[in-house]
Design a protein around this ligand. Structure first.
Ligand SMILES: Nc1nc2c(ncn2[C@@H]2O[C@@H]3COP(=O)(O)O[C@H]4[C@@H](O)[C@H](n5cnc6c(=O)[nH]c(N)nc65)O[C@@H]4COP(=O)(O)O[C@H]3[C@H]2O)c(=O)[nH]1
Length: 956
């Protein structure tokens, strides 16, 4: 029984175990023991020689022999194959060391497991054994099953646990320990130590769940995080069950925990990936759509919706076909079908989408087809980029190009572009027209293909010149075109565009006509249009040139400056047209009289200059001057009238006089003035004294200006006497200059300077104003019925608005217009006939009377005078002077009086000095007389006294 109870001890897998000394059996005398024979265990005893000395029935049965046969046989003789096994070693140990052994061993001869107790005996050893093969097989199965479970748990990252509510001990499987990052030794512990691994945020929750499950006795399931010692976080899924006893009392809690970190991390990664996709999809700067195979939109991002003016939701109710421009749908569908047929993996195209507002927007579309693993098409993924701006820019570029082409084609220039081999890349319309070729036809051709060889050679040479001229040239190229010499202006530039060979851009224009015009303009700029003679500019150039030449050659240069004596009279009398004709005759005569190498120039008006170069003496100059005088003095016919004119020539000579062109001309002009003063029709050489006279004229001008400022102008009055009654009917107002230095100066001393300088206008206006004031004063003193004749200068009829001045003066002085008579000479009237006529009519309309002064000295015809509002003719005193002696003058004066009366005009005879003149005049019914016979011009107070005396002049 003792031994049996030993069998029931828990399995011990150790190889040997000492048996208590109580088992020290004395078996040598045992012949037959009924106890041993009844045993279900085998029993054998061996002596020190390893011979069987006892074998019970069960053992003999197992060995397969009778005990009698076995007794005395040696153990190894029966089981030679065990000599080196654990069995044998254990027997040996027990035998030799006299210790008890307990072993479990696989007994090879019988192919079964045996548990053996070996005891030393006095004879040797005794061995109890029984078959444990089934137990060992079950144990092995269990062990393998546990290994499999453990391996499975390890692979699935699952560990199990069990918690005893009584002991509050927690038992964890090795896998669970691994999951929690705990040492296997830690796998038994209490719940609180386990919780310390749990993420602090999850602790209370899982504690609540477990407590609740314990309370409710319900299974639970939960997820939580734990933190490993290395700080990493793991995700745990736990299931637990509450086990209860028969009385409903909780006996234990058990369950498993699984590390689902990889699942959670994968989910997290998936979620992040989805978020990423979402944000890429939604925040993309391009439109993205997911389109079903039928074309309807499954998804559209905001950008695409924004491009088309829809919301993404609205787009999902549409398909791409309905919002594609009709012209783009066909090509789009072709590409879609290629995708579906597997002929392409992706396609791109530019297409127009219909915007919600009805307009079309250009997009660059890239589409690919998504298929499942089996290759079945799932949907299209399309990416759209708004290229409306790009398209607009393209359109604008095209328009710009068209505009540029239009402009280039509109240019009246030949414009062209050639490649590096001189072949045309482009020509404009004008170039095509010039070359007689179409624009397209010129492309690829060279000049030798288009133009005659000579012309092409010239162009080629110019092309080369342009290339050599630092890439840019502009020059005039003479060419032969249609047998005629032409001049072409050619501009060429070498153009280096990126990544292309150098090209030549150029233009050309036929400037033959322009060149001719330039020559013509140059001619006009240097010649007088009326006579064709060189003008002042050309004369100046030639004079300067002549001076520099003379300086080198030690020769002389002479300037002969002249004008026509009394030319103004010719112009006034015959009119401007005849005046021009006259000047042309003069010019042609000058050409005849001057030698080649000399210059005959017209400076303007009737002023001419002859420039003599390369002369050696004054005699040569005199000779030419005389020739000019004689030639121009020849009679000529103008307006069918024969005329004889003379000129006055002033001469300056280089180097005798001034040294430069300008002063030489001035010197000659001064000399001419002196020649004229000397009576005309002669010439004078310049001398330095002449300059003094010119200086005097300048001084006079300045002093006159001062006189006007200082009011040094005084008025004299000369009566106009009625030749019938002897009564003073009016008076002529005559100006004097009360010069502090020279006393009273008459108009003949300063009038010409005043006329030349324009001071005459101011002087005359002053006289007019003062005369009217004086008349008013006399009127106020009772001296009424007087008419004042005031002289007008031709310049007052100019742009100075004489009418307004007269009106203002009359208003200011309160003098009746009929009391004023304005005198103007015949020649002054002719300066600007139209203006004079207009002015006189306006004055007459105001009531002012008009008299023609110095009548008979000019060339005006009576028919012309008839058109003017004239009241009075004043016969010039040169006719009156010789009335008594000169029949012609008498006839002229008589006829003039008769004719004037016939025209309803009054006649005033000037310069009446003698009774015989008076007799003639009264005899011819002349209306009024003026002259020293009656009275010289008187100052105002003397005139006033005369008037107040009421004196009548005797008429016989
Ligand atoms: N030999 C001679 N001469 C006589 C006789 N009776 C008068 N005279 C002079 O003849 C000139 C007449 O004036 P005029 O023919 O209008 O010629 C005037 C007139 O054309 C001009 N003149 C005078 N005062 C003015 C004026 O205020 N304005 C303008 N624009 N010219 C004026 O100056 C010219 C000369 O004026 P005056 O020297 O004052 O010379 C005056 C006068 O003194 C005579 O019997 N014998």
């Amino acid at each position: 029984m003792e031994a049996r109870s030993m069998y029931r001890t828990p399995p011990d897998f150790s190889m040997k175990k000492e048996i208590p000394a109580a088992a020290d059996l004395q078996l040598a005398h045992i012949a037959y023991d009924p106890v041993l024979e009844c045993m279900t265990d085998g029993f054998v005893a061996l002596d020190f020689q390893w011979r069987f000395i006892y074998v019970n029935q069960h053992a003999a049965h197992l060995i397969g022999a009778t005990p009698a046969l076995l007794i005395g046989k040696k153990f190894l003789d029966c089981f030679p194959e065990v000599s080196n096994t654990e069995f044998y070693k254990a027997y040996e140990t027990a035998m030799q060391e006299r210790v008890s052994m307990h072993i479990e061993e696989y007994f090879v001869p019988w192919k079964r497991w045996f548990e053996k107790y070996i005891y030393p005996t006095s004879d040797g050893i005794a061995i109890f054994f029984h078959d444990i093969t089934e137990r060992r097989t079950a144990e092995e199965k269990l062990r393998r099953s546990q290994i499999r479970l453990s391996e499975t748990q390890r692979l699935a990252n699952i560990g199990h646990w069990e918690w005893d509510p009584v002991t509050e001990k927690l038992i964890c499987s090795q896998e669970l320990c691994q999951i929690f990052g705990l040492e296997p030794i830690e796998h038994v512990g209490d719940l609180s130590s386990f919780l310390s691994n749990v993420h602090p945020e999850d602790r209370s929750r899982i504690n609540d769940i477990r407590c609740n499950a314990l309370h409710e006795k319900m299974p639970w399931e939960m997820e939580y995080r734990i933190i490993h010692q290395d700080g990493s976080t793991r995700y745990i899924h736990e299931r637990g069950v509450v086990e209860t006893g028969t009385e409903g009392k909780t006996t234990r809690l058990f369950g498993y925990a699984q590390d689902i970190s990889s699942l959670r991390l994968a989910e997290q990664a998936l979620s992040e990936s989805e978020d990423l996709f979402r944000s890429v999809f939604e925040q993309a700067a391009v439109g993205i759509t997911l389109t079903r195979l039928d074309g309807s939109y499954a998804m559209a991002n905001h950008k695409f919706a924004e491009l088309l003016g829809y919301t993404p939701e609205e787009l999902c109710d549409l398909d791409f076909q309905s919002i594609t421009h009709p012209d783009d749908l066909g090509p789009d569908m072709v590409q879609v079908n290629r995708l579906l047929n597997g002929q392409s993996k992706t396609y791109s195209m530019e297409k127009r989408y219909l915007h919600k507002n009805g307009s079309y927007v250009w997009n660059n579309l890239t589409v690919s087809l998504r298929r499942d693993k089996s290759g079945k098409p799932l949907h299209f993924i399309a990416v759209m980029e708004d290229i409306t701006d790009k398209k607009q820019a393209e359109r604008e570029l095209i328009q710009q190009q068209q505009l540029t082409e239009f402009i280039i084609d509109s240019l009246p220039l030949n414009v062209f572009l050639k490649d590096e081999n001189g072949r045309y890349l482009m020509i404009n319309e004008e170039a095509a027209r010039t070359a007689g070729i179409s624009k397209a036809g010129a492309i690829g051709k060279s000049d030798f293909d288009i133009f005659p060889e000579e012309t092409a050679k010239t162009i080629l040479e110019d092309d080369r010149y342009a290339l050599a001229s630092n890439d840019h040239s502009l020059r005039e190229v003479p060419i032969i075109s249609h047998g005629k010499e032409r001049i072409v202006l050619a501009g060429k530039r070498t153009v280096h565009l990126q990544n292309s060979p150098a090209m030549q851009l150029g233009f050309s224009i036929d400037i033959t006509d322009r060149k001719q015009n330039e020559l013509r303009i140059q001619y006009l700029a240097t010649h007088d249009a009326l006579t064709g003679l060189p003008n002042r500019n050309l004369l100046q150039d030639r004079l300067e040139h002549a001076i520099s030449m003379a300086h080198r050659s030690q020769h002389m240069v002479a300037v002969l400056f002249f004008d026509i004596d009394r030319f103004k009279l010719i112009n006034d009398s015959f009119g401007h047209k005849a005046g021009d004709e006259f000047l042309q005759i003069m010019a042609s005569r000058l050409r005849q009289v001057t030698q080649s190498g000399d210059t005959a120039a017209r400076l303007g008006g009737d002023e001419f200059v002859v420039l003599l170069e390369g002369i050696s003496s004054n005699e040569e100059v005199v000779h030419t001057a005389e020739k000019i005088l004689a030639c121009l003095h020849e009679p000529l016919t103008l307006n069918q009238q024969e005329l004889v004119v003379s000129v006055s020539i002033g001469i300056s000579v280089y180097p005798n006089d001034h040294q430069n062109a300008e002063t030489l001309l001035k010197d000659a002009d001064i000399a001419m003035y002196h020649a004229k003063v000397g009576g005309g029709n002669n010439f004078r050489f310049y001398d330095s004294e002449m300059n003094t006279l010119a200086f005097q004229r300048l001084t006079t001008e300045n002093r006159l200006r001062k006189a006007l400022e200082l009011d040094q102008v005084v008025l004299y009055f000369q009566p106009l006497v009625d030749l019938k009654t002897g009564q003073i009917k009016g008076m002529e107002v005559l100006m004097r200059w009360n010069d502090p230095a020279n006393g009273l100066v008459g108009p003949d001393q300063f009038l010409s300077v005043a006329e030349e300088t324009g001071l005459i206008v101011g002087l005359s206006n002053r006289v007019l104003q003062e005369a009217c004031r004086q008349c008013r004063r006399w009127h106020d003193k009772g001296l009424t019925g007087l008419q004042l004749s005031v002289n007008l200068s031709a310049q007052q009829l100019g742009p100075y608005n004489l009418v307004r001045t007269v009106k203002e003066i009359l208003i200011e002085t309160g003098m009746p217009p009929s009391s004023l008579k304005l005198e103007i000479t015949e020649s002054e009237l002719m300066d600007d006939v139209d203006r004079a006529k207009r002015t006189l009519h306006e004055l007459s309309a105001m009531g002012v009377e008009i008299a023609i002064d110095d009548f008979g000295t000019g060339y005006s015809s009576l028919s012309y005078l008839k058109t003017l509002p004239i009241d009075t003719l004043k016969v010039d005193r040169s006719f009156v002077r010789d009335l008594a002696t000169d029949e012609d003058d008498a006839a002229i004066v008589g006829a003039t009086i008769g004719m004037a009366h016939h025209m309803g005009l009054k006649v005033v005879a000037e310069g009446v000095e003698t009774p015989s003149q008076l007799d003639f005049l009264t005899g011819h019914q002349c209306d009024l007389g003026q002259g020293y016979y009656f009275s010289p011009p008187l100052p105002a107070d003397a005139m006033e006294s005369l008037l107040q005396s009421g004196r009548l002049f005797p008429m016989h």
